[in-house]
Design a protein around this ligand. Structure first.
Ligand code: TNX
Length: 768
């Protein structure tokens, strides 16, 4: 019987011989690996030997793991089959040497961490089922004969988890820590405070969590969560045992509304605010003109620095709207007193931000910590010893390195934003935006040529991926976005450039997938996409061909009868031809038999919808408007009082754009009239409004969904001429998204085959 979830092999085939267990599957790929012809077999007689008692923690960690899956006793013996030795001639704190021969396994390193990584590599040489938490039968526990000499390319290899927008439980964090340790990621950065939540207990300031950890969602439900100091100690210790350092981030002076909700004196005006339940940037931030900001930060940092033993503390510093500071008397006084005048390089408010950050650095130094900040901390002049995380491209990182500051590269443009879509947005679950397939993450090189030319590349300390969590509503979806892309980051951070090979990495992922199954991780499996023209509703008049591919080569199975595709379903081998209505359900299959999410594509045979016999009379659309709060279109039927007017284009249905960050104005609006179709054709529609109906048929449906990244567009076969159009817009927020925030109000359309979208323009609108 197989213990690993998601593994399914009821036949007699040996698991160890399955395709995903063939070859060498180590991630990240080592610096040097030479394969011999022999094989090591781990059997019931195997034992472990250590050179010194201090190695006990590493040995117990792995012995326990291997006992669980193999069922072997793995006792400790002086001359064990697997031998771990501290060897000071192996240079580098994270380096190790690993020799696997027919007779045994030898790991040497100058540190416990090195031995931990060496053993990690050995486990990856064994069949993937070694990671199973339960005993697995039918596996021959073999590892190829190899000689490995290994050390990382960069000392810093990190993941940032945003636990403010959506909280991750202690158990959830431990699951990440376990997985990250197995791929030699050594830093977990926790983003602990933001507009939307304060997530760490501070004894001196209890309201930070009492008030700051709670927000009210669009349904009036409370969302909350925070780590007690005991939780933090537990997480930090768990991570330490796995050689992972946790870096806490308290974001200042922007992204600080949750703290202001708890202690209003922290802002310029002292007004009372609520913890934000919507995403975006808001102009309520800390006031560096007031001493109370620094007094409180001192108290907060004091407690946190004692909890987090690592050398670094992250103070955020990103995206601070500084407009309020320009008119705040406290800020202006500070600018005067400190002489923070605008000069040719920096504005006075930028200098004020730098002043605040430099004071944070002084507080942190008092507690023995080094400061990290996002690249905005460069803007008013960089604090003396700051380490910079370059996220807005590499420019901030390059500028910092040129000033001899340490840099961690984490550019969104370099594929390090793993909150972005990893496949076509039409095929993937809802995400923030962007497009970061794993190949993009994998191909990132953190050392820009300029720095090599200037001899400054040593300031690049490493690389990090960021999992911002606005659109990660559950812990499952966090895992879906993080894995397997973080495996690519692990290889970017560890493996020498010359050893990187995406095709081989993709192959090794099939083995890593089984290891992740054993850990119960909900990782992403490429979703079938139509190569050039990906959409979920396909209309045609005579016949159509629907084609699928995946971002890395993968078997696909599908059904046409509405049932869930399974391993026994038809295998996709060639484009599907339709002459009648149909529903395609298709998903990818990994070599292990594990399947990805089901993609559903509706195929519909239509006849051209005739245009209206007469041209409508007046230019524009009729608008009905009501300042009522609704969440769903169905609630609009109960709205009693409407105000009628005429619109000359569709866009103004989305109001108040200039006020988009400070709140949501609740209203409903319906625009009605006709839209001119320039020629016969099959048209696809797209809009971030709530619902679009053309010719009485649904063309876009975002009802009850966040009104960004619309993927609910449908297609219609339309004759040239005037067709009725109805645009419904609910202004509210759903899933944290203000429905005006990323909605320009437009309705876009394109004829099949065209790539570019066109807006419906004013001259295409009329009403009767
Ligand atoms: C920018 S990266 C932010 C975050 C958002 C993220 C969304 C950075 C320092 N700030 O607050 O969550 O974009 O991708």
């Amino acid at each position: 019987m197989i213990a690993c979830a998601g593994l399914c092999s009821c036949n007699k085939e040996k698991l160890s011989e399955r395709i995903y267990n063939q070859g060498i599957n180590v991630i990240p790929a080592p610096e040097q690996i030479a394969q011999g012809s022999g094989t090591f077999v781990l059997d019931k007689d195997a034992s472990i030997g250590i050179s010194h008692d201090s190695l006990q923690p590493v040995v117990s960690f792995y012995a326990q793991k291997m006992r669980a899956s193999t069922g072997f006793g793995l006792p400790q013996k002086e001359d064990g089959t697997i031998r771990l030795t501290i060897d000071k001639t192996v240079t580098g704190n994270e380096a190790y040497q690993l020799r696997v021969t027919e007779d045994g396994v030898e790991v040497r390193a100058s540190s416990l961490r090195g031995l931990f990584y060496g053993m990690g590599t050995f486990l990856q040489l064994l069949p993937a089922e070694i990671e199973s938490p339960e005993c697995v039968d039918g596996v021959e526990w073999t590892a190829p004969e190899v000689e490995v000499t290994d050390s990382p390319r960069f000392p810093y290899r990190g993941l940032m988890l945003d636990v403010t927008r959506h909280f991750i439980s202690v158990e959830g964090l431990k699951k990440h820590i376990d997985m990250l340790a197995s791929i030699k990621i050594n830093t977990l950065h926790l983003h602990l405070s933001d507009y939307q939540g304060w997530r760490v207990e501070i004894k001196k300031y209890p309201l930070l969590t009492e008030v700051g950890s709670r927000r009210i969602d669009e349904y009036g439900k409370e969302y909350s969560g925070y780590y007690t100091q005991d939780d933090i100690r537990e997480i930090v210790e768990y991570a330490r045992e796995r050689f992972i350092t946790i870096i806490p981030e308290i974001d200042v002076p922007g992204h600080s509304l949750a703290a202001i909700a708890a202690y209003p004196e922290l802002s310029c005006t002292g007004e009372k605010y609520e913890v934000m339940s919507r995403w975006g940037r808001f102009p309520v931030v800390f006031c560096p003109g007031k001493e109370v900001m620094f007094e409180m930060l001192d108290g907060i940092f004091a407690e946190m620095c004692a909890l987090f033993p690592g050398p670094y503390f992250h103070i955020g510093g990103d995206e601070c709207p500084k407009e309020v500071w320009k008119t705040c008397p406290h800020c202006q006084k500070r600018i005067q007193e400190e002489g923070l005048w605008t000069d040719s390089k920096h504005s006075s408010v930028d200098k004020l931000q730098s002043y605040a950050i430099a004071r944070c650095e002084r507080i942190l130094k008092k507690y023995g910590k080094r400061m990290i900040g996002w690249d905005e901390i460069l803007e008013g002049g960089l604090a003396p010893d700051a380490t910079v995380m370059s996220w807005r491209g590499e420019a901030g990182g390059i500028a910092s390195a040129l000033m001899d500051h340490d840099v961690i590269m984490t550019p969104a443009s370099g594929g390090m934003y793993i909150d972005y879509y990893q496949g076509n947005s039409q095929a993937e679950p809802f995400a923030w935006g962007g497009y970061v397939p794993i190949s993009k993450t994998y191909s990132y090189n953190p050392v820009p040529d300029t720095l090599v030319q200037m001899g400054k590349e040593q300031y690049i300390r490493g690389v990090q991926a960021n999992a911002w969590a606005e659109c990660m509503y559950t812990e499952d979806i966090v895992e879906y976005r993080v894995y397997p892309r973080i495996l690519a980051v692990a290889e970017v951070g560890w493996t020498p450039l010359k050893n990187k090979d995406f095709a081989d990495f993709s192959r090794r992922l099939n083995n890593a997938a089984v290891r992740m199954d054993c850990r119960g991780i909900n990782y992403h499996i490429p979703v079938p996409e139509q190569p050039d023209y990906c959409r979920n509703h396909v209309a045609f008049t005579d016949s159509t061909v629907v084609q699928f591919s995946t971002s890395r080569p993968m078997k696909m199975v599908y059904t046409l009868d509405g049932t869930e595709p399974g391993l026994q379903s038809a295998v996709y081998t060639e484009p599907l031809v339709f002459r009648e209505n149909g529903t395609i359900k298709i998903r990818s299959v990994l070599p292990s038999g594990r399947m990805g999410i089901v993609r559903e594509v509706e195929v519909e045979r239509q006849t051209f919808l005739p245009a209206s016999a007469e041209e409508p009379e007046h230019e524009g659309l009729r608008l009905r408007f009501s300042p009522t709060r609704c969440l769903y279109v169905s609630e609009m039927a109960d709205v009693k009082e409407w105000k009628d007017s005429i619109l000359t284009s569709i866009e103004p249905i989305v109001k108040l754009r200039k006020n988009k960050y400070s709140g949501v104005e609740f209203y409903v609006a319906v625009a009605d009239g006709y839209f001119y179709v320039p020629e016969d054709g099959i048209y696809e529609f797209s809009s971030n409004n709530t619902r679009i109906t053309v010719g009485g048929r649904l063309a876009v449906d975002n009802d009850g969904k966040p009104q960004i990244n619309s993927k609910y567009g449908r297609s219609l076969a339309l004759c040239k001429g005037w067709h009725s159009i109805k645009v419904e817009q609910i202004s509210n927020f759903i899933g944290g998204w203000n429905s005006q925030q990323r909605n320009d109000g437009a309705v876009r359309f394109r004829k099949y085959g065209e790539q570019a979208w066109k807006r419906i323009t004013a001259d295409q609108l009329k009403y009767n």
